[in-house]
Design a protein around this ligand. Structure first.
Ligand SMILES: [Zn+2]
Length: 402
């Protein structure tokens, strides 16, 4: 029955026009976490827990996707088996009908054989009677004939007639014997067909039972997959809630920390476009969707690897380091609650704690972290909330938007 199974492979391909996939950006708390980078064990603890929860969510999403794929295959197998069971039932019905017909034909043959035997018996008796009539002593048996004869010639004529009748009876008896033999042969043939048909029916019934068992198994598997999916989804929801709670706690904690620290540099000039003017193109605007269908609160600008990245304004470098999603990135605090972030860099040219001037080259464009093409992921944050960078520097941005 393994032949019933079908392997269905589905290939899903995603076409991304610019081949740029940007990092899933973290919550607001992330930014502020960097304010107290590495020094605060509490912050580190929160970050580790959040990171673990995000890993867990990723794992669960993979499991849910794999489960969906498997469910699709199982449903196709089940549909195929149902179809097969239906076909087998049709064949079983036809086979049973044929067996019924064979049974009726055999019964008819049996009756015909009985009729033949009766006819043979009748003719045997007739023949015996006529012979006895002819062999009676002194021809007394002929009395009936003689009695009815009107002349000698008539007598012989009648005697001849009896002989003819005996011959005729013998002929008929022989014919019935032949017919009986033919009926026997026919009956044997019908019985042989019946044996074969019964075997066919047994095979069909066995196939049906096996197909049914497989269909039930497939059904149980489908039910199990559905139950697993529910469990994964519940677990995912739990992890998402836990992350949101941690994020909130971290935000509160960081706010308390932020109150104790204030930026040394307060930027007052306009915000500069962080890349050489007239180069690159915007592949994802603020508020768009990233490949995970999560809202994207940043600008993505596709541009050649190694292109210099400029500080959008004067400030203090809060972090210049590595993150699994952002890759190599830089976070600069500009004072008055303003900050900017530059992700997926190929090189970092500043260090945490360093002050930078507006327009200073701080790093180089790359595709590190969760990125699938050279681009700059650029964020501006106001009081820890990401805002649209174009609102600050639209006239300087390249006009072309992918
Ligand atoms: Zn981005």
């Amino acid at each position: 029955m393994t032949s019933f199974r079908r392997t269905i492979s589905k290939t899903v391909s995603f076409m991304l026009s610019a081949a740029i996939v940007c990092a899933t950006v973290f919550g607001a708390a992330f930014f502020m976490a960097e304010r107290a980078y590495a020094k605060d064990a509490t912050v580190k603890g929160y970050e580790d827990q959040i990171s673990d929860l995000e890993e867990k969510q990723k794992d669960l999403k993979n499991k849910i996707n794999a489960n969906k794929n498997e469910s699709g295959k199982a449903a196709e197998t089940k549909a195929y088996l149902d179809e097969l069971i239906y076909t087998l039932e049709q064949k079983i019905n036809a086979s049973e009908a044929l067996i019924g017909e064979l049974e009726r034909s055999i019964a008819v043959s049996e009756q015909e054989i009985i009729d033949c035997e009766a006819a043979i018996e009748t003719y045997s008796e007739k023949i015996t009677l006529r012979i006895r009539m002819m062999q009676e002593d002194n021809g007394a048996g002929y009395l009936g004939i003689i009695f009815g004869a009107t002349s000698i010639s008539d007598f012989f004529s009648r005697l001849e007639h009896i002989k003819t009748m005996i011959d005729y009876d013998k002929k008929l008896k022989a014919e019935y014997k032949d017919q009986k033999q033919q009926l026997h042969d026919k009956k044997n043939s019908l019985e042989a067909s019946m044996v074969l048909q019964n075997e066919t029916l047994q095979t069909l019934s066995a196939d049906k039972a096996e197909a049914k068992a497989l269909a039930e198994k497939a059904n149980r598997y489908i039910e199990q997959l559905a139950a697993d999916e529910q469990a994964y989804k519940a677990e995912l929801e739990k992890a998402e809630k836990a992350e949101a709670e941690l994020d909130k706690k971290l935000t509160e904690y960081l706010k308390s920390l932020q109150n104790q620290n204030s930026s040394q540099v307060v930027a007052d000039g306009e915000y500069l476009w962080p890349l050489p003017k007239g180069q690159g193109w915007i592949t994802c605007k603020f508020g768009g969707s990233d490949p995970n269908n999560k809202p994207h609160y940043a600008l993505d600008v596709a541009i050649a690897a190694g292109t210099p990245i400029y500080a959008t304004n004067a400030g203090t470098v809060l972090i210049s380091g590595w993150h699994s999603s952002y890759g190599y990135y830089i976070l600069i605090e500009h004072g008055n609650g303003m900050a900017s972030l530059y992700a997926h860099c190929s090189a970092l040219l500043v260090k945490a704690g360093q002050t930078v001037s507006r327009g200073q080259t701080i790093g180089k464009v790359g595709t590190t972290g969760f990125s699938k093409g050279n681009h700059l992921h650029f964020e501006i944050r106001k009081n820890g909330v990401r805002v649209d960078p174009l609102a600050y520097m639209a006239p300087q941005a390249p006009e072309n938007i992918l």
